[in-house]
Ligand binder design. Structure first.
Ligand code: SF4
Length: 217
């Protein structure tokens, strides 16, 4: 396919996805550049907001992490240098109940499912609990269905993140999932929880911003 055809194909599929999600009270926005993604962030998350965070390469690469760590926002920062592990965990708990929770998405299916995995459960808790949730995902996270989503996450996303965060998972070496041996005492499992969002009760609670390009893993 030419670039133009790919663009048309993507737009047609995103339009269908947006219509599908809208019927389930999830608002999808498309940003064709980082600049557009940041403009959308500014509209969705006013300065002064109390923000909870999930660790996300996508948020970092888009420049959103740097922005919310300025004094303009009341961000509950579990990554602050010098805090104890206990304090970091406490802040993650608090962040999961913040006014706004920001996260990436591990995968988004064209048939309307948003998938997030979590090691400790704070990402899944934040997406489920916070008063308002804004998720950012590059077009590299779009897949056809749940099978593709789980395959991508377990055989690509988690192994890369294991390496990045030095998690001793079975997938660290071979970069593919070996769930059958992924347990203590031999290994530390990284993908302990999976949240599949198919719909939302409250309108204006859950927003998904799809950004053109590759962001995160
Ligand atoms: S179940 Fe274990 S081996 Fe499989 S992707 Fe998750 S952490 Fe890696």
């Amino acid at each position: 396919m030419t670039d133009k055809n790919i663009e048309w194909f993507l737009n047609a599929k995103l339009k269908t996805l947006a219509e599908l999600l809208e019927k389930r009270n999830i608002t999808l926005y498309y940003a064709d550049s980082e600049e557009e993604a940041l403009k959308r962030f500014n509209k969705l998350v006013p300065e002064g907001s109390e923000i909870g965070l999930s660790g996300s390469m996508t948020l970092s690469e888009l420049g959103i992490l740097d922005r919310v760590l300025t004094p303009a926002y009341k961000t509950i920062n579990q990554y602050e240098q010098g805090i104890s592990r206990e304090e970091s965990m406490h802040r993650r708990d608090a962040g999961a109940n913040a006014d706004v929770f920001l996260s990436g998405a591990n995968a988004v299916t064209y048939n309307g499912k948003i998938i997030n995995f979590s090691a400790f459960g704070h990402r899944t808790a934040g997406v489920a609990n916070a008063k308002k949730v804004v998720l950012f995902a590059g077009t590299n996270k779009l897949v056809e269905n749940l099978d593709e989503a789980f395959d991508r996450i377990r055989n690509y996303t988690v192994p890369i993140n294991s390496k990045r965060l030095n998690y001793q998972t079975p997938c660290l070496q071979e970069l593919s999932c070996h769930e059958e041996i992924c347990h203590a005492p031999d290994f530390v499992r990284m993908c302990n929880q999976a949240l599949i969002i198919e719909g939302e009760v409250h309108p204006d609670r859950l927003f998904l911003v799809i950004v053109k390009g590759d962001y995160g893993y």
